[in-house]
Design a protein around this ligand. Structure first.
Ligand code: FAD
Length: 538
């Protein structure tokens, strides 16, 4: 049996930060249990390789949500990273913090220390922003953030022009003073390689003697003595093992797996867990509930000039971009497909943006089973304007379906289950067409391919987005933070209510989703969480 001060379950965005921070001063021994394997894989390191890892069971949990009436009965694919770096090793690398009001909202819900002025120093300390540091941005931190403005496809300029013609400001930095407007995304890469949480935090820390990382180690149950978490049972190489934690067990399995592990350990809705024959430790119906996610959809156009399709599809194009990447670590393979994007309000009377835009100078209308065809796009010059909601009000849940830790839990997203979310998305897709109707865009569009010009009525547009939208991979809040155990799983210091020696520190603790992509906020939660752990064990 291994004994250490801290056990961290999961080496994902938050878990890697915790591993680095908790082992940094050398006082504590830290054990990380990661169910997946190494991140030293070509398609993990190469930024656009996320097209290949999207369904790859070697690095991906490959969850499937339950058929969802809100998505016209579709069972959505839910990729989650299963390797060092977690989802930050398979994500699209867009670096967005969210809006100050998101975090002030967290604090207003009774979570001191999580307001914008509290989290901003952490965001600044985390990043090494290529564009430079100022009052809001940081330089010299572990996560290099690449300024992609010089590298985008020429069509991106057309999108930015059309966005401004549609009434949005040009925004030079979505993580700067204001999020609103159209602009170029910054991405977490360095030197043409993915800057995952493993690369930024875990790999450097693995040189320390007081940090031990076990891969292929699936945590199956948290071990309790009374109400105190004292260790973790796990399976590795077909053997059952136990590790003991002298100080704390920290669950960082992400928004699907953290509630799953709590439930397997007897923390969750008592009725459901007893039915499955699980010994109860703590009845808390919130473990697994309050699931929030961002839903997205693309509108796709055939253009009259070459897009990335023309270089990424033919064999000779693949060879050229491949050689360029191998020789220079540059070109399309070194970037995210989401070159540009933006944030806007579906109703000008709203106090802040409620929708996020994505512009991709490529298209993948023709489906390919088992593959996200980023590297084999459509044969014609296509491009897409996509969007996702920032703060939808639909809520779902994640519940284990058996006591077997290898069984995937049931994911019930309840997408578009509120009138608010349907009305907001309807207004948003109409705004995509408003952008496409601007002179700059009209000059390059031959036709709208999806959903196609025949769909114009509200009814048809709603049916279309129910059929074609899906997760944009930002599930949160399944172990949410809050002062009241009747409504939350962890308190403001990320300790599980009602228990000792146990915290959850990852995207599952977000009290509400943030407006934008969730990797930077999950890393920030790891950073702040580590500070709290260290403060509490002085
Ligand atoms: C395809 C995709 C694209 C995305 N694109 C973006 C983007 O462009 N920008 C952005 O900001 N965000 C993006 N995201 C979201 C972002 O990456 C996640 O929100 C973030 O990484 C979540 O961090 P986390 O620490 O909560 O969990 P994760 O990073 O998912 O880490 C959880 C870790 O725990 C491990 N684990 C789970 N259960 C166990 C267990 N029982 N035992 C041992 N180990 C376990 C997992 O294998 C994993 O390594 C994307 C996500 C995906 C999947």
């Amino acid at each position: 049996m291994q004994t250490c001060d801290f056990i961290i379950v999961g080496a994902g965005s938050a878990g890697c930060v915790l591993a680095e921070r908790l082992s940094a001063n050398g006082r504590f021994s830290v054990l990380v249990l990661e169910a997946g394997g190494s991140d030293r894989r070509f398609f993990v390191q190469m930024p656009l390789g996320y097209g290949k890892t999207f369904y790859d069971p070697a690095v991906n949990w490959n969850y499937r949500a339950e058929p969802d009436p809100g998505l016209a009965g579709n069972a959505d694919h839910w990729p989650r990273g299963k390797l060092l770096g977690g989802s930050s090793s398979i994500n699209a690398m867009v670096w967005i913090r969210g809006q100050p009001d998101d975090y002030d909202g967290w604090a207003a819900q009774g979570n001191p220390g999580w307001g914008w002025s509290d989290v901003l120093p952490a965001f600044k300390a985390i990043e090494d922003n290529q564009a430079g540091a100022d009052a809001l941005r940081g330089q010299g931190g572990p996560v290099h953030v690449t300024d992609c403005r010089p590298f985008t496809h020429p069509l991106t300029a057309v999108y930015l022009e059309a966005g401004q013609q549609a009434g949005l400001p040009l925004n030079q930095d979505f993580n700067g003073a204001s999020q609103e407007g159209v602009g170029i995304y910054q991405i977490s890469t360095r030197g043409g390689r993915r800057m995952s949480a493993a690369r930024a935090f875990l790999r450097p820390a693995m040189k320390r003697a007081n940090l031990r990382v076990e891969t292929g180690a699936l945590a199956t149950r948290i071990v309790f003595e009374g109400r105190r978490a004292v260790g973790v049972e796990y399976e590795q190489g077909g053997r059952k093992k136990t590790a003991r934690a002298g100080r704390e067990v920290i669950v960082s399995g992400g928004s699907v797996n953290s509630p799953q592990l709590l439930q397997l350990s007897g923390i969750g809705p008592a009725g459901h867990l007893r039915e499955l024959g699980i010994d109860m430790v703590l009845d808390n119906p919130n473990a697994g509930r309050n699931l929030q996610d961002h839903l997205g959809i693309n509108y796709t156009y055939r253009g009259n000039r070459a897009t990335l399709n023309q270089i990424l599809r033919p064999w000779w194009g693949k060879m050229l971009v491949g050689m360029r990447y191998l020789a220079l670590r540059s070109g399309p393979l070194s970037l995210s497909m989401n070159n540009a994007g933006g944030f806007f309000r579906t109703d000008p009377s709203l106090p802040r943006p409620n929708m996020q835009l994505y512009f991709q100078a490529f298209s993948t209308v023709i489906p390919k089973s088992g593959e996200r065809p980023i590297l084999t796009p459509d044969p014609w010059p296509g491009f897409s304007i996509g969007l996702s909601s920032c703060r939808p009000t639909s809520r779902g849940e994640i519940m284990i379906r058996s006591a077997d830790p290898r069984d995937h839990p049931r994911i019930v997203a309840n997408a578009f289950s509120t009138d608010h979310d349907v009305a907001e998305m309807l207004a948003a897709v109409k705004f995509i067409r408003h952008i496409a109707a601007q002179p700059a865009m009209r000059a390059v569009i031959v036709e709208e391919i999806l959903p196609g010009p025949k769909l114009v009525s509200d009814e048809d547009l709603i049916l279309d987005f129910r059929k074609r939208s899906g997760t944009v991979y930002h599930p949160v809040s399944t172990c949410r933070m809050g002062p009241d155990p009747a409504r939350a799983v962890v308190d403001g210091r990320l300790r599980v209510h009602g228990l000792e020696g146990l915290r959850v520190i990852d995207a599952s603790i977000f009290p509400e989703n943030i407006s934008g992509n969730t990797n930077a906020p999950a890393i920030m939660v790891g950073w702040k969480g580590a500070e709290m752990v260290l403060e509490d064990c002085r």
